[in-house]
Design a protein around this ligand. Structure first.
Ligand code: SF4
Length: 675
């Protein structure tokens, strides 16, 4: 801690999608701390993860050499041995089973340049569109829903416009834990007099700052949103001019909300009808209202429906295309927006150009090769295909699906059975432990590139220190592998890759490193001057209203055998499957899982606070420590997915939202038993 700081390296936080800028304090080849940086949206603010979560960079557990499984054990190997084996096994799978038997999982933790190269490698060399990444688990429903309503699945406005709103409506998101600097910005706005509305089944921290806080029953968001819209329409608080001039299908939609009276919605949601009316009046009377949401909306079998209902409300009130308003799907990981933008998805090329004949021909000519014709499988479909033996070889980069995918046992059994699995990561994750070849990658502090944050801002990632041992930047590994397959990829720097991206990806046409260095690039559609989307017209032309009906709360509702509802999420001091945060000081702050249960539920179960119990669902069981919390609704329990010792996704349900294929991680039925 007392080491002299030799240099400061400005870069982007490696945790959440807020994309805070920070400066790494560096001495020799050691990062020794973090310094604030006031030049970007975070204005110098950092949460605990940004300040104290960096020590994993120098963890003794970092992967430093390639590993190959020999006689059942992962054994140290040279790069040549590992890459030759990958080339041999993927070529064999291609020859014997065809390209449909190969899949790749890209990462929201690698740079834009690396995501671009990975999807190019999978498409142009392995000839498969079976490519996906963790956006499937979080905001795929936003991409489908907002694209249908507006023409683009992205956050419509920028983070700091929160301070210019009249009303902020947070539904199905817990920003103070999952997007902490945005949580801070919301509190700052409230202090300035901005009104805050919060709808969440749990008593989240922001509820303390809210003008109106309601606790809807889990899975009833569509009914609540339709109910608010019903009141706004009936009380004539809607924006007629905006609806008439800029939208379509309004009349059909209005008929669909007729039945959602406050009393009808109160029955479904458990919220008093007066509170529904109060919320609607605050929203209807605001000139600028911003809706912020996250996985409380999307991780349901009706995730896309929830997103469409949010878009309907924003259009009804004219809150699109102007400052201080808009719809903000809060992206979870640091580069999940960029991974989508780069086409690490099964149905689109970079810049969301759909896989069709015209775009395929463009990329065939641009990459000088042939490309597969059909769109590929999504993440959950891929893990099922692995289990069923259809996928024979898979390449996973920087993701840990053995812990992060729902119905985890099924996923792990699939990876045990697959013919050939490659995992590229900075640590030997639970998924890497199942691999045939493990490749050691560089962390964000050891490479150059860019990340794109939740507000579409493209920001630099800069090399501060060298990777440990023989670890290499992911983009260098992709180039080495491409060479093994006879391709001459001649990129010398990450900037070379970005130059190629600017030529084939219209959303990134202005993303030169000079512009990005200057902090200037929020991507937007050609012909638009401002970072705000849909200003003069929607990306799709007119905004489209979609009727959305509330049908049921979840695929699996509590019953006699499994009487409790389990919901899952994140906490402030840990992150995702804990691969990074648990190898830093953050581990001291939150070293173990607690299952949060309402005190009355604990007492009904004749259990006590601190007791170790068994939590069981139809898919498996885990042990966890009970923590009484009056922030939970009665009958609902909460687990994170941060701890391998308490792998909550053994319990969760892989039922999918049919439109986005996002699984229902927010709701499944469990019981708690004495150990
Ligand atoms: Fe990093 Fe997100 Fe915290 Fe900012 S809010 S410091 S991006 S984890």
């Amino acid at each position: 801690a007392n080491k002299k700081i030799e240099r400061l390296v400005k870069t982007t936080c490696s945790y959440c999608g807020v994309g805070c800028q920070l400066q790494l304090k560096v001495t020799g080849e050691q990062v020794v701390g973090v310094f604030f940086d006031k030049s970007s949206s975070n204005k110098g603010h950092l949460c605990a993860k940004g300040q104290f979560g960096w020590e994993y960079i120098h963890s003794e557990k970092r992967l430093t050499h390639p590993l190959i499984r020999k006689n059942g054990e992962l054994t140290e190997a040279t790069w040549d041995e590992a890459l030759d084996l990958i080339q041999e096994k993927f070529s064999e799978a291609l020859e014997r089973h065809g390209s449909d038997a190969i899949a790749g999982l890209s990462s929201a933790k690698i740079t834009n340049e690396e995501n671009y190269l990975f999807q190019k490698f999978m498409r142009s060399i392995l000839k498969t569109n079976h490519i996906d990444h963790c956006a499937r688990l979080c905001h795929a429903a936003s991409v489908v829903g907002l694209q249908a309503s507006f023409g683009s699945g992205a956050m419509t406005n920028t983070i700091n416009e929160i301070l210019e709103s009249d009303v902020i409506f947070v539904i199905g998101a817990n920003p103070t834990e999952a997007h902490p600097v945005i949580g801070y910005r919301i509190k700052e706005a409230v202090q300035k007099g901005v009104k805050l509305l919060v709808a969440d089944p749990r008593k989240i921290e922001l509820s303390r700052y809210a003008d109106v806080f309601v606790r809807q029953n889990s899975g009833t968001d569509i009914a609540l949103l339709n109910g608010i819209a019903h009141v706004i329409y009936k009380e004539d608080l809607w924006d007629k001019e905006f609806v008439d001039n800029r939208t379509e299908e309004f009349e059909t939609w209005v008929k669909s909300i007729e039945q959602y009276t406050p009393e009808y919605v109160a029955d479904i949601t458990g919220i008093a009808s007066e509170d529904i009316i109060a919320m609607a009046r605050v929203i209807g009377q605001a000139k600028k209202m911003m809706i912020l949401y996250a996985m409380g909306i999307t991780q349901h079998i009706h995730g896309t429906g929830g997103v469409l209902a949010i878009a309907n409300l924003a259009m009804l009130t004219g809150n699109i295309g102007k400052r201080g308003a808009g719809v903000a799907p809060l992206r979870g990981q640091n580069n999940v927006q960029g991974a989508c933008d780069m086409g690490a998805l099964p149905n689109v090329y970079p810049s969301y150009r759909p896989i069709n004949e015209e775009n395929r021909k463009f990329f065939e000519s641009f990459w000088e090769t042939s490309l597969p014709e059909k769109p590929g499988m999504t993440l959950n479909e891929i893990t099922h295909a692995v289990y069923n033996g259809q996928i024979k070889a898979m390449y996973i980069v920087g993701e840990n699906p053995s812990l992060s995918e729902p119905n985890g046992k099924h996923v792990q059994e699939g990876f045990d059975k697959i013919d050939f699995l490659v995992v590229q990561d900075i640590f030997l994750t639970e998924t890497a432990e199942q691999a045939d070849v493990v490749l050691p990658a560089a962390s964000f502090a050891e490479k150059d590139g860019t990340f794109t944050n939740t507000e579409r801002k493209i920001q630099r990632v800069r090399t501060a220190v060298s990777p440990p041992g023989e670890a290499k930047a992911d983009w260098l590994i992709f180039i080495d592998l491409a060479k093994r397959f006879g391709q001459k990829w001649s990129y010398s720097t990450s900037e070379d890759i970005m130059k190629e991206i600017t030529q084939c990806s219209p959303l990134y046409r202005e993303a030169t490193y000079d512009q990005i260095e200057a902090g200037l690039v929020h991507w937007n559609y050609p012909g638009t001057e401002t970072p705000i989307l849909h200003t003069e017209k929607f990306v799709r032309g007119k905004g489209k209203f979609h009727p959305v009906e509330f049908t049921k709360t979840a695929a699996e509702e509590p019953c006699e055998d499994y009487p409790l509802l389990l919901t899952t999420g994140r906490t402030l001091h840990q992150y995702h499957t804990g691969t990074m945060s648990r190898k830093s000081k953050l581990e001291l702050l939150q070293p173990e899982e607690n299952i949060l249960v309402h005190p009355n539920t604990v007492s009904d179960l004749s259990m006590i606070d601190g007791e170790i119990v068994i939590v069981e669902s139809r898919r498996g069981e885990i042990e966890a420590k009970i923590r009484c919390s009056d922030k939970m609704p009665q009958g609902v329990v909460f687990l994170t997915f941060h701890y391998a010792e308490t792998p909550s996704n053994i319990l969760t349900n892989d039922a999918l939202d049919p439109s986005s294929k996002t699984p229902e991680l927010k709701s499944c039925a469990v019981k708690i038993k004495k150990k």
